[in-house]
Design a protein. Sequence first.
Length: 276
Amino acid sequence: MKKVKFAIIGKPISHSLSPTLHNYWFKKYNIEAEYELLNIEEDKVKNVIESVKEKKIKGINVTLPYKRFVIPFLSKTVNDANETHSVNTVLLDDNSNLIGENTDVFGFQAAYLKSLSNSEKKNKKALILGAGGVAPSIIFSLIKSNITNISIVNRTYEKSLFLKNKFKEINVIKWENCSELLSNFDILINATSLGLNPNDDFNLDFSNFKKNMIFIDTIYNPSQTSLLKFFKSKNLRTFNGLNMFIYQGQKSFYLWNKINPEVDDELIKLLESKIN
């Protein structure tokens, strides 16, 4: 029996554990399918997306830098993808329309925000580092969880303004002002790719943090970036990106297969064994 194909597209993508995650669930639920990495250039994205319509691939995940780039190649976006202008899951509906979904919003909420108490969320200020890829999903997740005092900072100021046009309630601060303003924030979120490589440097001073600040890093491989290690050494509450990765994948798997897969200890151990 020929296996059904699934894939993730992005660049770079070698760090992704999406094949490990989904292939584990395929095996667990006896689904004849395989999931692969597609490290592709921009000019190949349209053809890969159209392969879903041609039923050569059943479903695609989308990661950096293509979450917004794929939208013109789709029939329509739905649900959270409409609100964020960011797509990380592509599938075919019953009418053969190419649908763009966003499961990052659900992933961020399930991984972090649901574990925070109401007092940890009430009247809190959040700062997001980065304006690309996953940033709009994080903003919308925070808003849905009643954290509405949100600021964003990006090395390229103009990219932040794009998000300001979409989410009028957010504040935009300049990169060079970030260090001195850090003490105003209760939650700091790294939504950049800085930290994927050990030599990555923000060129910012993070020592001026607020007491009891919570730090969330959307990177999961490595499990501890240098920035996460820094805040952990200061005895702050920290989270890496693994749970968000798992929960966004769980929802994608459901959208494709109509099975809500279990997140069990065996899966967690498998993923952790693959992480640096």
